[in-house]
Design a binder for this molecule. Structure first.
Ligand code: ZN
Length: 78
């Protein structure tokens, strides 16, 4: 056992590309499933809605896991 205990599986924790919090190995490169979903939604949004959409709206609903109100900057909160 412990054969891999000192192997660097991941590089020094990269920040989550979504909220900049330290990423979790389980959700790499994100910090949580929530951020992974956010990223996925961004991709889907970009796929389905090509034009006239350069800000995220309506994708960050209540996830039931809001541990940080400022996790995802949302300048358009109207
Ligand atoms: Zn995150």
């Amino acid at each position: 056992m412990a054969a891999d205990s000192n192997v660097t599986r991941l590089r020094p924790t990269r920040p989550c590309p979504i909220c900049k919090k330290p990423s979790a190995q389980k959700f790499h490169p994100f910090c949580s499933a929530r951020c992974a979903d956010v990223d996925l939604n961004r991709w889907l949004s970009g796929t389905y809605v090509i034009a006239g959409r350069d800000k995220e709206d309506g994708e960050d609903e209540n996830w039931g896991e809001e541990d940080s109100a400022s996790a995802v900057p949302d300048p358009s909160e109207d």
